[in-house]
Ligand binder design. Structure first.
Ligand SMILES: *Cc1c(COP(=O)(O)O)cnc(C)c1O
Length: 232
């Protein structure tokens, strides 16, 4: 077994246990390999291990690593999970299948403008700030509602759900509160915009993915536990 396959096996066992504890089905939870700052050969190893969904946090890095890999590995899905700069939007729209880190209104207009050039609409998740230090994300439900309305005006964009980062802490109550805030926001948005799909709840990282599963995550973003410590 490769080093990657061994790590994946351990994570899958932990996911399975969390699913049992919370009465959930493994098939309802997607596992993303967060490959930022890791080399292409690690992405290849992860692909061989069965990972099809990858997350990158910088447009240029993702472009350099994955632009050749993706067409040669059909079935690969690539999501942007880092803060998106305005001058990178055009490239991001052609490179990624989904932008998870939509965190301000000005970026929605930019995404919408370029997304019409795509063959298929660009999936977007709205990021909610729920306590993590960096302050990335919309600050509250009100701003999420406005963002949703704005996104709906662009035919090239399709809403798919919500994303958050919990604070990096050993205080599990704080982490749980973060995830519950996201679930609350999902309920609110589903009520206000029932015509859109709010089913994706992207939450849970190396430090907290089991809690995320217990709270309803449908997409886990795992870097360190799969690929090891990042180089930078
Ligand atoms: C880096 C990153 C991750 C993965 O973090 P790990 O703790 O290494 O699992 C997940 N989500 C986002 C938004 C990230 O920036």
């Amino acid at each position: 077994m490769t080093a990657f396959a061994e790590k994946l096996k351990v994570i899958e066992e932990r996911i399975a246990q969390a699913c049992i504890r919370s009465g959930r089905n493994r098939v309802d939870i997607a596992l993303m390999g967060v490959s930022k700052f890791h080399a292409l050969n690690q992405i290849e190893e992860a692909w061989d291990g069965g990972i099809r969904l990858f997350g990158e946090s910088r447009v240029q890095e993702a472009e350099e690593k994955i632009v050749g890999f993706k067409p040669a590995h059909s079935g690969t899905e690539l999501h942007m999970i880092g803060s998106l700069q305005r001058n990178k939007v055009k490239t991001a729209v052609s490179l990624f299948d989904c932008i998870q880190s939509v965190d301000r209104e000005s970026i929605i207009g930019e995404l919408g403008k370029y997304a019409v050039e795509r063959k298929t609409p660009l999936k977007v998740l709205l990021e909610l700030h729920t306590g993590e230090e960096s302050k990335a994300g919309f600050p509250d439900e009100e701003s999420l509602l406005r963002a949703a309305e704005q996104a709906l005006a662009f035919p090239g964009l399709v809403l798919a759900g919500l994303m958050t980062m919990a604070p990096y802490t050993s205080d599990t109550a704080l982490i749980r509160r973060s995830f519950r805030t996201l679930v609350q926001a999902q309920k609110k948005l589903s009520q206000e915009f029932p015509g859109s799909d709010w089913s994706c709840l992207s939450m849970g990282m190396t430090n907290d993915f089991e809690i995320a599963i217990e709270e309803g995550a449908t997409l886990l973003r795992i870097g360190t536990a799969l690929f090891g410590e990042r180089q930078r």
